[in-house]
Every structure is written in C-alpha cells, then in structure tokens.
Write a protein that binds this ligand. Structure first.
Ligand code: ZN
Length: 292
C-alpha cells in the first residue's frame, strides 16, 4: 500500500512538473556563424530569456563557414517543436530544405525574432527578406524607411539616401512609436540604450512593416540625421517576425531595455500577448540601465 501511495505521489508530482514545463514557451536560438561574437552573445540571450521564467531555451548551432556539405546535413532543426525561433545568425545560406521548413513554420503561425546582425544575413533569400522587411543591404537593394522629426513615416526608393551603415558606437535614446502595442506598453516613451551600433540605411521590400521604436541617428556620431527604425514586426502568413537591430555586443545586450524588448517580443510572437512585466530597473529618458 505504502509503495502504491509513493508511486501515486511521484506520479502526481511528475504531472505537476510537466504542467509547469508545458507552461513555458519553447524558444530555439540559432547561431554558428556571425561577424559578431555569437559565442559570447548567445549565452547572454539564453540567460535572460530563461531568467524571465517564460522560456525553455535550446540552441541550434550551424557548421562553421565553408564546411563540407555533409556537415550541413546535420543542421536540420525541427522548427515545429518551437513557439519562437530567435536568430543570432549571420552567415552562409541555410540548405534549401531548412529554408523551406523555416518558411512553412512561419506561414503556419510560428514566431521569429531577429537580433542585430541576423538581419544582415541572406540577401539572396527572397522570403527571408519579406520577413525582415529591412536588412543590412546596399542602397540599390530596396526601399528605406525612416521617421521625420515630425514623426511622419518617410519611404525612400532605392538609390535615394544611404545604404546600410552605422556611426560610432554610443549610448542613444530609443523612442517608442507605438505605445499601445503589447510589447511596448508600459515602457517609457523614450529611454536610453547602452552603447550600441545605431543601424541606418537598412533596405528591403519593407512591406506590412509595423515600426515600434526608432532612434535618432545624429550626424555628429556618423549618422544620417534621420530617425532610424530600431524595433519592428511584420506578419508572414499566420506567423510574426519581430526584429530589433540593437544588440551589437555583450554590453549592448546587457541593457535592460534591450532584454525587455527581446523577451517581450518573443512572448508576443509566440502567444499574441505579453505577460512579462516591464522591469523596475528599466532605463529612463536620461539614464541607461544594465543587468548584472
Ligand atoms: Zn554590429
């Protein structure tokens, strides 16, 4: 009897822990090639996402650059197992099968988060370019989208204005453009992001773009004198693709504002709502704030 009771207790404990595990969103980080230090930044992403209590994080690492085709056969993530796929990858084109699976995953309602140089990848993959809207491309690649000083959206055709670039790294102010959006709700209208590259002149098809935040790119720091998109999302089939061009290095990813944007964005693309609160130590209009 005792043994039966013990078995029952164990079984119920297992059931409870399974329920808790089922509550977590499954998030896959993809890395393996990047002109940035992905070996240092993936653990930061993984730590704060896991630390939010909302995600169970796995990492899929591609073979290194110029690996034989046989090595690539081992890279074939089952995207359908995940609620969110976060790309920290900027490298060689994935094999066709992986690309098709990824397109299907997003079409069917999968969530995607693109961080910083992940939007530099795949200029030759049209569906990826539709998903990200704007990427690190030359001025002749496609449209550019910025905000004017008056807050109006300005669309420039290809070859008008600069292509992709950034000035010197510095702390800069991020301006929320859609304060009602679930990801941005309760964040300050303006907040100071820690030292980062302020991307400008991003180019692409830029269709169905919902720009959530911008930053003023100052000529004094090598910028464009325009308000450049920092955070946006694009619907793709039933899925959502959420991009932030912030997150160049470890220090930029330690910014509590960045972490909150990525964590809340990940929850939102997966569930269409946000329950993660804006952290108390969120940066303000005048002060940056770093996670420990
Ligand atoms: Zn960078």
């Amino acid at each position: 009897m005792k043994r039966l009771l013990l078995a029952l207790v164990c079984f119920s404990l297992l059931a409870v822990s399974n329920v808790f595990a089922a509550d977590k969103l499954k998030l896959l980080i993809i890395d393996g090639q990047n002109n940035h230090n992905w070996k240092a930044t993936t653990p930061i992403l993984k730590d704060f996402l896991t630390g939010s209590g909302k995600f169970e994080v796995e990492v899929a690492t591609t073979p290194p650059n110029k690996s034989p085709a046989g090595d690539w056969e081992k890279f074939n993530p089952d995207f359908t197992k995940f609620n969110v796929v976060l790309s920290n990858y900027n490298g060689e084109l994935w094999p066709e099968g992986v690309r098709k699976n990824f397109e299907q995953y997003v079409s069917n309602g999968g969530g995607v988060v693109i961080v910083h140089a992940a939007n530099n990848a795949f200029p030759e993959w049209p569906e990826f370019n539709r998903m990200i809207g704007l990427g690190w491309r030359g001025a002749n690649y496609g449209d550019r989208v910025t905000f004017s000083g008056e807050g109006k959206v300005v669309r420039s055709p290809k070859n008008e204005g600069p292509g992709a670039g950034h000035g010197s790294q510095h702390d800069f102010s991020v301006v929320t453009r859609d304060r009602e959006h679930p990801v941005m709700k309760d964040m300050p209208a303006e907040w100071m992001h820690v030292k980062d590259e302020l991307y400008h002149g991003q180019r692409g098809p830029a269709l169905d773009m919902h720009i959530l935040a911008t930053a003023y790119s100052d000529k004094k720091t090598g910028g464009t004198d325009a308000h450049e998109p920092m955070v946006w999302w694009i619907p793709y089939g039933k899925g959502k693709v959420f991009t932030t061009v912030m997150g160049h290095a470890e220090v930029s990813m330690k910014c509590i504002g960045f972490q909150s944007v990525v964590a809340r964005g990940s929850e939102w693309v997966a569930t269409n709502k946000v329950t993660l609160p804006v952290p108390e130590k969120f940066p303000t209009a005048t002060a940056t704030s770093l996670a420990e």
